[in-house]
Design a protein around this ligand. Structure first.
Ligand SMILES: [Zn+2]
Ligand SMILES: [Zn+2]
Ligand SMILES: [Zn+2]
Length: 491
């Protein structure tokens, strides 16, 4: 439609919501001038009545619609005020307003397209709370972070930085300060509750730790109990003097437990030494009976060690002493290697002794064929020289050996080989035996003298089947150069 059709013909005002149109003249009027203004030749009363339907009053909307619209506008206009009222009401009724509700209020306020003076204040307030929550979250989640870290790829400076930060976070006072700040800001949130619970846990642990440390002299707790509380404290991941004290106490108690339960003679000298030093390091006093007892055992062990080394170093080892030392070692902390060396020597010695005894017994056997061979005895005697010692029975066996050697000497003399070595005697004895066998050969029957079968070759000996021709005095087959007998002329 044209603008013309909305403008009052009389006053030229814009008639948007309602207008009056004269069909006769096509003129438009506002409601102030409708009827009164002479738009056509109809009577004024007729124009007002509109009875002839030639004058029309048109409305853009109903009264109801209009009122609703007005109400809407009014409501919209009231929004900032209503919001501010809501905020005031909430803050007024809640001594510790919840951050969650504050945040949603802020969100709501920000959506109102109007510059509300209270909004900026609320925003500042919520931001402060958010900052606090951020910091509190670090305290709360630090446990998990600690477990996850340990990657060595980080740079030194950042490690130092994070260590510094970690130290701050491990400080209980910082945590308490943070809680105090939340009280000051005056608001509530789940993180605050969590942090307060942690604080309560820490205080609870502190009380327990103090009770244990103070009461240990009169009511000593079991190691397990102390350890449980200590683990609890460690799990808090906070630096506390109470935790340090409890750790000291725990180390003490554990050391004492160990001192009670670990028999000193079942430990090596080194272990005892380490154990004493560990005790002194964790602050066990030098006058502690366990320290005194262990030190005494250590001194004895060291003395044993020196003694064992001394005995083993001399040329003729004194076995009775060594044996006594070996027995003594069962009740002392000693070096495992030294004891092994001592026992090895003793074992060798015992073995040699057993061998000697066995050989001696064997040499007394009535059946001389069951007696030991000279070589075996000589080998054992030679091995004794390595041992630097003569175990019991050696002298007897030596006597037997000498008897045997005397017998052999007599044999050598008998066969004219007094100065020859044994293998020459052996050779000679074999020769004698052979000659003897030839002389007493049963197959050698009396016969007429014969000539050797050949002058050139020595015939192959075949003693099994064919007894060879044997000759005159030596009763041996033809061999090398033969000499004719003057009497029988046999070879
Ligand atoms: Zn008008
Ligand atoms: Zn008219
Ligand atoms: Zn002859």
């Amino acid at each position: 439609m044209d603008e013309e059709e909305y403008v009052c013909s009389f006053c030229k005002c814009y008639s948007f919501l309602s207008r009056y149109v004269c069909k006769k003249s096509g003129k438009v009027m506002c409601l102030l001038h409708a009827g009164a203004y002479e738009c056509c030749d109809s009577k004024e009363s007729d124009r007002y009545a509109g009875a002839a339907h030639d004058h029309i009053l048109s409305l853009r909307m109903t009264d109801k619609e209009l009122k609703a619209m007005v109400q809407k506008v009014v409501d919209r206009a009231k929004l900032p005020e209503a919001w501010a009222q809501k905020v005031d009401d909430y803050l007024g009724q809640e001594p510790r307003p919840s951050l969650k509700i504050l945040r949603s209020l802020l969100n709501e306020g920000e959506r109102i397209p109007f510059d509300i003076p209270q909004l900026a204040d609320l925003k500042r307030y919520v931001e402060r709370c958010n900052e606090w929550v951020e910091e509190a979250t670090i305290y709360i989640t630090r446990k998990q972070q600690n477990r996850a870290k340990g990657k060595p790829s980080r740079k030194k400076s950042t490690v130092a930085e994070s260590d510094e930060r970690d130290k701050e976070l491990r400080n209980f006072e910082n945590m308490q300060k943070l809680l105090a700040t939340a009280d000051e800001i005056h608001f509530d949130c789940p993180e605050y509750k969590t942090l307060r619970e942690r604080e309560a846990d820490i205080n609870d642990f502190k009380a327990k730790a103090v009770a244990i440390c103070m009461g240990q002299q009169h009511h000593p707790r079991s190691t397990q109990e102390i350890e449980e509380v200590f683990e609890l404290g460690k799990g808090l991941n906070i630096d506390l003097p109470e935790l340090e004290n409890l750790e000291k106490l725990l180390n003490h108690v554990k050391w004492l437990d160990e001192a009670h339960t670990r028999p000193v003679h079942l430990q090596t000298l080194q272990e005892v030494d380490v154990f004493i030093n560990r005790g002194l390091e964790i602050g066990i006093p030098e006058t502690n009976p366990h320290i005194l007892r262990l030190r005494d055992a250590r001194t004895q062990g060291e003395y044993w060690e020196a003694k064992a080394k001394e005995i083993m170093s001399v040329e003729n080892v004194h076995y009775q002493q060594l044996d006594a030392l070996s027995k003594q070692a069962a009740g002392l902390p000693v070096t495992a290697e030294t004891l092994a060396r001592v026992d090895a020597i003793l074992k060798k010695q015992r073995e040699a002794q057993e061998k000697i005894l066995a050989l001696y017994q064997q040499s007394k056997n009535p059946d001389f064929r069951s007696r030991p061979m000279y070589k075996d005895v000589r080998d054992v005697m030679a091995s004794l020289e390595e041992l630097n010692n003569k175990p019991a029975g050696t002298v007897d066996l030596e006597k037997e050996q000498r008897r045997h050697e005397d017998w052999m000497r007599r044999g050598k003399k008998l066969f004219g080989k007094a100065n020859a070595p044994l293998h020459i005697l052996h050779q000679h004895m074999n020769l004698v035996k052979e000659r003897n066998d030839a002389c007493f050969e049963l197959r050698d029957k009396p016969r007429m003298p014969v000539e050797p079968s050949s002058r050139e070759h020595t015939p192959e000996l075949d003693t099994k089947n064919n007894f060879p021709d044997v000759f005159c005095l030596c009763r041996r087959p033809e061999a090398g150069m033969m000499i004719e007998c003057e009497l029988c002329h046999e070879w």
